[in-house]
Design a protein around this ligand. Structure first.
Ligand code: DX5
Ligand code: ZN
Length: 219
């Protein structure tokens, strides 16, 4: 499975969105990670549907939406219409994870299920055969630039084992505190979609930072 970089827009300079998106896209980045926060599921508010719709015109990258919102079932269609290609929702944020997966797939988007650091990985086991992606949080969701919680790498390893055992094809995405220094650890564990916010858009040389990750993926 080819490894993908998904730089998180949470760390972009919102006054230079088109320009900075082009920098990572021209560097060879395949995905862009869109962190949507509602101030209820997480203690922060970021951006939502109109922003995604407007940046869609400036990028051909795969739009990897990460919904940190309660009751995601209320907004799935709107995020798809705005241009999301992958829709990740939190298993902790809804009473109906199985239905949300089907709802996302019915829009034609890929469905991802996400777990917080405090959520055991077993919680997603029943959904593995239905999802396109599992997103493992390695920080408490809500803010960029936090420290990587290495104890959750074992969840990635477990997911990779289940994937093999069950003969499934879902992507394993990792999000939170990933840098050039610890990315090898998550790749070795089995992650194949790598989110990096401050380690890409937080850097002076954004294109160089993206290339730094993409070069490691080629090793
Ligand atoms: C945190 C977000 C992350 C965040 C990652 O709630 O889900 O995507 O932007 O930022 P870094 O890579 O700086 O930890
Ligand atoms: Zn995220």
């Amino acid at each position: 499975m080819k490894t993908k970089l998904s730089p998180s827009m949470l760390s972009i300079d919102f006054g230079k969105v088109a320009e900075q998106l082009k920098l990572v896209e021209d560097a060879g980045t395949q995905y862009i990670h869109l962190d949507v926060m509602d101030g209820i599921f997480v203690p922060n508010i970021s951006f939502g549907i109109p922003v995604i719709k407007s940046i869609r015109k400036h990028s051909n990258m795969v739009f990897d939406a990460h919904l940190m919102i309660v009751e995601p079932e209320k907004y799935v269609e709107e995020f798809r219409k705005a241009g999301a290609d992958i829709i990740n929702f939190h298993v902790e944020a809804t009473k109906y994870p199985a239905e949300v997966i089907q709802q996302i797939k019915a829009t034609g988007a890929k469905a991802g299920i996400t777990i917080n650091p405090r959520t055991p990985v077993e919680v997603v086991y029943p959904f593995l055969k239905d999802v396109d992606m599992v997103l493992v949080m390695t920080v408490e969701p809500g803010f960029g630039g936090q420290k990587f919680m290495a104890q959750h790498v074992s969840k990635i390893r477990q997911l990779a084992e289940w994937k093999k055992e069950l003969g499934l094809e879902f992507d394993i995405e990792v999000d939170g505190g990933v840098t050039l220094d610890n990315v090898r650890e998550v790749l070795d564990a089995g992650a194949n979609v790598i989110v990096a916010g401050s380690a890409v858009f937080g850097k002076e040389d954004i294109a160089g930072a993206a290339k730094g990750f993409l070069d490691i993926f080629k090793e």
